[in-house]
Design a protein. Structure first.
Length: 246
């Protein structure tokens, strides 16, 4: 089942109902923290990250070691508690559950930035360089469920792909300095990502910095060999070849 986008962030005063999943997790109503149990918070987090889902799916996701009947019973208890402690946060529609648009979720706002960058067609639409990788607030730190880890990886990938698109766009429009900044952010997040190194080398060459291009190439080679035992691709070697022969 595909992901569904969350409610669009609304400008202006802080919304009445908030779900925070980044850095530290909390539920707030009118600025005050709502003390929800672990199962209620896990339900809200799953709906925030995965979108509208059937009750059977949620029961199996959140209580994988239980029978279907017991998982659905736990889900019913969690839904009842959310309705009691945080009225208006959930939409119950037959067999499906979803978050109300009135519940603002911080991760939805975080997803919107790389999505906008990835759709940009010229550097002027990029705005300032965004944080990538470890600099992005961690999603649900301390949670090790498979579905949470998958969403953490998905969020990181979203940022990395957007940053590489921005670097390519800046190179194509004659802005190598900005391209280098975007590519450097990606390399900082994933030193083994060769596509980011290729962008960085191209940017350095466009800036007339062959020594910097060669330095970045050699740094990548050292990390790649140490971590994987494999060297650079032929494409990267050809790119840096003229510089290496100087």
């Amino acid at each position: 089942m595909t992901h569904e986008p969350g409610p669009a962030p609304v400008a202006g005063p802080d919304p009445l109902l908030q779900l925070r999943l980044l850095g530290s997790w909390a539920v707030l109503c009118g600025g005050a923290t709502v003390d929800l149990g672990a199962r209620q918070l896990r339900l809200l987090a799953a709906l925030a990250l995965l979108g509208r889902r059937a009750r059977g799916f949620l029961g199996g996701l959140l209580w994988p070691g239980c029978t279907d009947a017991r998982a659905l019973g736990s889900l019913r208890a969690a839904v009842f508690a959310v309705h009691h402690h945080l009225p208006g946060a959930l939409i119950t529609d037959g067999h499906d559950l979803a978050l109300s648009p009135d519940l603002a979720v911080d991760v939805h706002t975080l997803r919107a930035r790389p999505a906008a960058v990835a759709q940009a067609e010229e550097p002027a639409a990029l705005g300032v360089e965004m944080l990538v990788g470890r600099d992005v607030p961690q999603l649900l730190p301390g949670w090790y469920d498979d579905w949470v880890l998958a969403e953490q990886e998905r969020l990181c990938t979203l940022y990395v792909h957007a940053a590489e698109h921005a670097a390519e766009l800046c190179l194509a429009h004659g802005e190598p300095s900005r391209a280098a900044a975007w590519a450097e952010a990606v390399r900082g997040a994933d030193p083994l990502r060769e596509s980011a190194v290729r962008l960085l080398v191209r940017a350095q060459l466009a800036l007339g910095n062959p020594a910097a291009a060669l330095r970045d190439f050699r740094r990548y080679c050292a990390v790649a060999v140490a971590e994987t035992g494999a060297g650079p691709s032929d494409e990267l070697v050809r790119l840096v070849g003229p510089v290496a022969r100087l």
